[in-house]
Each structure stands twice: as C-alpha cells, then as structure tokens.
Design a protein around this ligand. Structure first.
Ligand code: SF4
Length: 133
C-alpha cells in the first residue's frame, strides 16, 4: 500500500538488494574515472613524503574555534577565574582537553579534543578551558 500513486513499496530486503547491486557499479565507475584522471600525472612511487606528520594549526576561519572564542595567545583573551584557577594562569597547556603533539616554529602545540580541525598553541585559550585533572 502506498500513499503516492505509482510508488510501490519495497521491503527492507529488496531495498538492500538493490543497493548492493548498485554499489559495485558505482565503485568501478569511480575507480575508472580516477585512474584516467591520474594516469598522465602518474609518478614513480619512490617520491618521499615530507619528514614527519604536519602539525597544522587550527585555522582562524574554523567555526568551532570562533564559537569557543579560541585565541592562540591566551593573554589576549578575557579569562575569568574558573575552577579555582586564576584567569591569567589558564592556557591550553593546563587544560583537560589538551595533549602535546610537538612544536611549530619553536612554539609547543597540541591536539585539543574540542578543536579537531588542527593543533592549538600551548599558550592558547578558549572559553571551554577546563582544569586538567
Ligand atoms: S578546550 Fe582547552 S585545549 Fe582546547 S582550545 Fe580550549 S583551552 Fe585550549
């Protein structure tokens, strides 16, 4: 039974079978297109990658960073005392969500669970700062 004329109702099994039949065709077609596009530019596999993983900083345009009022230099933020820690003593480095990842231009940077788009400065700060346990 259908609410719309000309529309037949598929069982879940029938829908999955149709999807399974369609996926390989799509994958093969996409692979063929990709192979054709890459063929002229194909290079030997010996090209080495840049040394080490790139530590990309959170871009200024990141919507989450903006929403959380993240600043790479915490001294430029208005930080209020929180969880028994004076505002001036709050930074990413002593935040619960921070994990050191390395250095960029001599500045310690790390991963932030709140800002997955890139690394944050250890001296940074945002309004989600939480005292490290
Ligand atoms: S949540 Fe913590 S580590 Fe992440 S940006 Fe804010 S203060 Fe820095």
């Amino acid at each position: 039974m259908s609410d719309q004329p000309g529309c037949s109702k598929l069982t879940r099994r029938q829908a999955l079978q149709k999807l399974a039949a369609a996926v390989p065709v799509t994958v093969v077609a996409a692979s063929a297109v990709r192979a054709m596009a890459e063929a002229p530019a194909a290079k030997p596999a010996a090209a080495p990658a840049a040394a080490g993983p790139e530590l990309k900083l959170v871009p200024d345009t990141d919507a989450t960073a903006k929403a959380l009022k993240y600043v790479p230099d915490g001294t430029k933020a208005t930080r209020v005392d929180k969880m028994g820690v004076a505002g001036k003593d709050q930074s990413c480095k002593n935040c619960q969500f921070y994990t050191k990842a390395g250095e960029v231009k001599g500045q310690e940077v790390g991963k932030c669970l709140m800002l997955p788009a890139g690394m944050v400065n250890s001296t940074g700060w945002c309004m989600s700062w939480t005292k490290k346990a």
